[in-house]
Write a protein that binds this ligand. Structure first.
Ligand code: SF4
Length: 337
């Protein structure tokens, strides 16, 4: 039998948070057998709580299927959460619908993984960026063309391309258009969902640098939730890193601290898989047995116990709380020190 995740009173928090997520759950109903009346659920996100500080970049990592993209999509309300709170400026957007949600959308935007499918091929660049301005009435008093040109300049694209269509651009240029579209409404939070994983390595660095540059130019007004499976990229761009496994947070802390002194065996395994450039710096790879278990029927106790190299009997029955290990570092392992 699966034991429910414990509710802790203390949370990994940031002072003056832009975003506060509280006990968020996203459960998708599935029906396993034909004619079966029994409903089962994929527990894609299973009670996560964290903050993103003002002007902060919080990196979110984990294997495919850990729930990180579902969490990002739930935060920007592309998926309706099952329960929990998403507090943006203190307002719970999880319960907003219709006109109220549309008004609030200006505050949070998303940059998508696939720059090929995230732009409407029938619209010009000018129409794509202008649409965001029109929806939120940000160019009602004229200056629409000038604002579009400004945004293209900001993301390093020549405004003479404004009347071109997405197919006329490279992957990196399309991602820049996606970033310009997100910036058009001057959001406080941008969820970056694997924004560089579909790009060539040389272009990845340009986009990462652009995101960092835009954030520092915004003077601490824009926060990022940066989702990626590449820990090296996440360490480079993030102030803090959060690690997810099977829909739950297993570790969260300052980026350097998580990467150099991980507290959770799962994080250790992820870090051991990051290639090291220095040939003298030896790092032995921790191979995890098996695949990530099904989120329909997650293991009892610690959800990681079926793959954990240091699991004990206690791990099969007792769910480890996400607990504070040091001042800003939290981990969900009975034996984390
Ligand atoms: Fe491994 Fe047990 Fe810690 Fe879970 S609680 S990570 S199974 S040692």
């Amino acid at each position: 039998m699966t034991t429910a995740a414990p509710q802790t009173t203390a949370r990994p928090q940031s002072a003056g948070a832009t975003l506060s997520v509280r006990n968020l759950k996203v459960h998708f109903p599935v029906r396993r057998r034909m004619f079966s009346r029994t409903r089962e659920f994929v527990n894609a996100v299973d009670g996560v709580s964290f903050d993103v500080g003002r002007g902060e970049t919080l990196g979110l990592v984990g294997e495919s299927g850990c729930g990180k993209t579902t969490l990002g999509r739930a935060i920007v309300k592309l998926i309706q959460p099952t329960s929990g709170e998403i507090l943006l400026d203190g307002q719970n957007i999880a319960e907003l619908q219709g006109v109220e949600l549309r008004k609030k959308r200006r505050k949070f935007q998303m940059i998508f993984q696939d720059p090929y499918n995230s732009l409407d091929p029938r619209m010009t660049v000018s129409e794509i960026i202008g649409e965001a301005l029109d929806i939120h009435g940000l160019a009602a008093n004229g200056g629409r063309t000038q604002r579009i040109e400004e945004l293209l300049n900001t993301v390093g694209l020549d405004p003479i391309y404004a009347q071109r269509y997405p197919h006329e651009f490279s992957g990196g240029q399309r991602q820049r258009i996606g970033i310009a579209r997100a910036l058009a409404v001057e959001p406080e939070l941008i969820v970056c969902d694997e924004p560089v994983s579909a790009l060539d390595v040389s272009v990845q660095a340009q986009i990462i640098n652009l995101l960092q540059d835009l954030q520092s130019r915004a003077g601490g007004k824009v926060s990022y939730l940066f989702i990626a499976h590449d820990l090296a990229v996440v360490e480079h761009i993030s102030q803090r890193i959060m690690v997810m496994y099977l829909g739950r947070i297993v570790e969260i802390g300052p980026a350097k601290s998580v990467v150099r002194t991980p507290k959770h065996p799962y994080t250790e395994a992820l870090i051991s898989a990051v290639p090291v450039v220095d040939p003298d710096a030896k790092r032995s790879r921790i191979m995890l047995p098996g695949e990530i278990p099904s989120p329909i029927n997650p293991p009892s106790g610690c959800p990681f116990h079926t793959r954990c190299p240091i699991a004990q009997t206690q791990c099969q029955t007792e769910v480890p709380e996400l607990r504070q290990i040091s001042e800003r570092h939290w981990a969900a392992c009975h034996f984390a020190k």
